[in-house]
Design a protein around this ligand. Structure first.
Ligand code: PLP
Length: 457
């Protein structure tokens, strides 16, 4: 190789095409590799402006240092990093208490990669419990089903397909986007492993009719003798409800609620990926799903889908709980919901929108254009504000509300009042422009509307 000055070398490296379909043959300098990676992602959106996502995009410098200090640890190596495991166990007990788990029981739960893994573990526990009970009673245990609303996050559809459980999905309708008791009598039967109700759903931010569903299932048991447990998908609501609405009964205070998941990386305020699954008590997590690993001369239970995972999110969550405490989370959530209410008011007052979430628990603003605006739609508004850098989800609602389009803004804690004001201006200006010039977007036809919701960054 002929002698080249370092600058020439960099120059060449920066201009070398990156192979698309074969493994790169030669390496490059660290500086060139870094510049290549970063330049290839320049056109990604700015995470702080991605308001289609629930996931944390804010960090304190101290928390970033925590992440840095722990990110080379593999969480599953309990022998080597027993203190990470200790922190996790302590946080499981804290969450069990936060969600009003019964006292004098052995709480069980685990940190997961996200709510998705947490939901899968909960679904498996209910499937196993149901099948064992059926077999013990000499009944057929081969046709499990699960009841959810059409508003569930995609993870439940994955669970049902991957783990062979029949979906029993209650349809939505224009004007009602929640699971209520309306369809339960044709969906629930002796093969129902659980009813999943959501605290803070992805589409409109609303809660399902948790208490009513619980009461309906009580009445069903009195009538038929069949007792069906509930799982609460608190991916978002799990870190909002306890702090802002302590009197609101959505959690383990309801005896049928056997398991609750939440996303540490949503309103738990940790960067991706951290989720939590907490069981009412240890025995709900079916013993047959538990594996035991040798651990410092003893045996430790393990029951996650993943084996290796990064430990930093666990240290980070522990930092966040210590740093903020109950009071701090309450203040952060208060300010965030206040901002959501401010945005909601500005957009409703603009005259363009109707609000879709009648209740406002988690800080989500879900809107649909008033029917008088026929020359543009929610997809146009989303595309137009994208020119200003904002990413807002637009999607058509799940069946049977698919005629309704939604524009959704997830107001996260990093946004302040000024930013919300500017966002409201940008959305209103987009509507004014579109009303005058007309829009061109058509709603994409998809089997699963979540594809739209999650594909935006
Ligand atoms: C985000 C979300 C999930 C999936 O959670 P991840 O943490 O992204 O894996 C499940 N259910 C609901 C209601 C959610 O909002």
């Amino acid at each position: 190789m002929k002698h080249r000055a370092p600058f020439d070398l960099l120059f060449d490296e920066f201009n070398e095409p990156i192979p698309d379909s074969h493994f790169p043959q030669y390496g490059m300098s660290a500086r060139a590799a870094k510049a290549t990676v970063n330049s290839e992602s320049w056109s990604d959106c700015q995470p702080v402006m991605n308001l289609s996502s629930f996931v944390t995009t804010f960090t304190e410098p101290e928390a970033l240092e925590i992440a840095h200090q722990h990110f080379l640890k593999n969480y599953i190596d309990h022998d080597m990093y027993p203190q990470m495991f200790e922190m996790e166990g302590r946080m499981v007990r804290w969450l069990h208490q936060l969600w009003n788990g019964p006292k004098n029981v052995d709480p069980y739960g685990t940190a997961t990669v996200g709510s998705s893994e947490a939901c899968m573990l909960a679904g498996l526990a209910h499937k196993w419990n149901w099948r064992q009970a059926r077999e013990a009673a000499g009944k057929d245990g081969s046709r499990p089903n699960m009841v959810t609303g059409g508003n569930v996050q995609i993870v439940w559809k994955k669970f049902l397909r991957y783990f062979d459980v029949e979906p029993r999905i209650a349809p939505l309708k224009p004007g009602n986007y929640r699971l209520t008791t309306e369809h339960l009598d044709r969906l629930v039967d002796e093969n129902t492993i659980a009813v999943v109700a959501i605290a803070g759903q992805t589409f409109t931010g609303e809660d399902d009719d948790i208490q009513e569903i619980h009461d309906w299932l009580d009445a069903y048991e009195r009538k038929t003798g069949i007792s069906i447990p509930m799982h609460i998908d608190g991916a978002s609501g799990g870190f909002v409800n306890p702090f802002l609405y302590p009197e609101y009964v959505w959690d383990f205070r309801l005896p049928r609620v056997q398991s609750i998941n939440a996303s540490g990386h949503k309103f738990g305020l940790v960067p991706p990926g951290l989720g939590w699954i907490i069981f009412r008590e240890r025995k709900i997590f079916n013993e047959d799903l538990m594996f035991y690993v040798n651990y410092l001369g003893g045996e430790m239970p393990t029951a996650t889908l993943n084996f290796s995972r990064n430990a930093f999110q666990i240290a980070y969550q522990y930092y966040a709980f210590l740093r903020l405490g109950f009071d701090g989370y309450r203040m952060v959530m208060r300010h965030t919901v206040d901002n959501a209410e401010f945005l909601r008011k500005r957009l409703v007052d603009s005259g363009y929108f109707e609000i879709m979430n009648k209740t406002q628990r988690i800080p989500v603003v879900a809107l649909t254009l008033k029917s008088e605006f026929t020359n543009f739609n929610e997809f146009d508004v989303s595309a137009r504000v994208r020119e200003r850098g904002w990413v807002l989800s637009a999607y058509s609602m799940p069946p049977d509300a698919q005629t309704v389009n939604s524009l959704r803004v997830v107001v996260r804690p990093h946004l302040n009042h000024n930013v919300i004001d500017e966002l409201a201006d940008d959305i209103i200006h987009a509507c004014q422009w579109l009303h005058q010039h007309g829009g061109t977007a058509t709603a994409p036809v998809l089997h699963d509307p979540h594809k739209v919701a999650v594909s935006k960054c």
